[in-house]
Design a protein around this ligand. Structure first.
Ligand SMILES: C[S@@+](CC[C@H](N)C(=O)[O-])C[C@H]1O[C@@H](n2cnc3c(N)ncnc32)[C@H](O)[C@@H]1O
Length: 239
């Protein structure tokens, strides 16, 4: 399958895959999934059912996220040599963009199939890809990274997991390190019919409880290139 995100067939296949994936998502409609709280089986199904067709992975646009891209573009020079960790990296486009800007990038995903696919797409990559779970990350990563990039992974987690997820993200940062958070946004108290669950403003209070203070919180309205309201926040771990 060639990578052709703009052909009309791509969007047709994506719409069909989305409907099929929603139908097998145990959390769709608000159900709790105590037997599989991370929805690992569903994420694995996304990548295996796609059979190497990125159109069938709902978040794979074969390009860095526009909010990650503009962040990197404005930081160029400052990223040279920085240790960056990309969380829930999917097919690797964000990780590759950070690496192209000079960062030393480690990227991980819960699903082996996603990591194998990212490696196939970028065979000469400088990025260190590996399969790992945010909630059980390798101990040698603790306190190691200058910048942790999380794009759309927090919103893919059941809301009850968010305090633990933020604590896990904070634990991976070096003192003074920064978390870049990119997610769909919703008003406090607005109903979230996840997954995904757009994040309310109180996510930043919770981040504060985990030692992450805001350097910038952008509340970004939907545009032609950005479906729905988004947060892009840069949070810093205390020194
Ligand atoms: C919505 S996708 C976003 C992928 C990518 N960051 C992007 O922006 O295209 C969420 C990704 O997080 C991964 N994921 C979910 N739970 C995870 C966990 N506990 N640890 C690591 N990765 C996880 C999923 O497999 C999936 O690839």
């Amino acid at each position: 399958m060639t990578e052709a995100p703009l052909d009309p067939g791509f969007f047709e296949r994506r719409a069909k895959a989305r409907a099929e994936l929603d139908a097998i998502d145990p959390a769709k409609g608000g159900a709790e999934t105590p037997a599989d709280p991370l929805r690992r089986a569903w994420f694995e199904a996304v990548y295996s059912r796609a059979e190497n067709d990125p159109a069938r992975v709902p978040w794979a646009n074969l390009a860095p996220h526009p909010l990650a891209r503009t962040f990197v573009d404005f930081q160029v020079g400052n990223l040279e040599g920085l240790g960056v960790l990309d969380v829930g990296c999917g097919l690797g486009d964000n990780a590759e963009y950070f690496a192209a800007a000079g960062a030393r990038v480690t990227a991980f995903d819960l699903v082996d199939g996603a990591i194998a696919w990212a490696r196939r797409r970028f065979p000469r990559s400088q990025v260190e890809y590996c399969a790992a779970d945010l909630f059980a990350a390798p101990v040698e990563w603790r306190g190691r990274f200058d910048l942790v990039n999380e794009c759309y992974t927090l919103q893919a987690l059941a809301p009850a997991l968010l305090p633990q997820a933020l604590a896990a993200l904070a634990s991976l940062l070096a003192p003074g390190g920064k978390l870049l958070l990119i997610a769909r946004a919703r008003d406090e108290g607005a109903e979230a019919k996840g997954p995904p669950w757009p994040l309310p403003p109180s996510i930043f209070a919770e981040a504060g409880r985990q030692g992450l203070s805001p350097l910038a919180i952008d509340d970004i309205a939907a545009t032609a290139g950005l479906s729905g309201r988004h947060w892009r926040a840069l949070l810093r771990l205390a020194l």
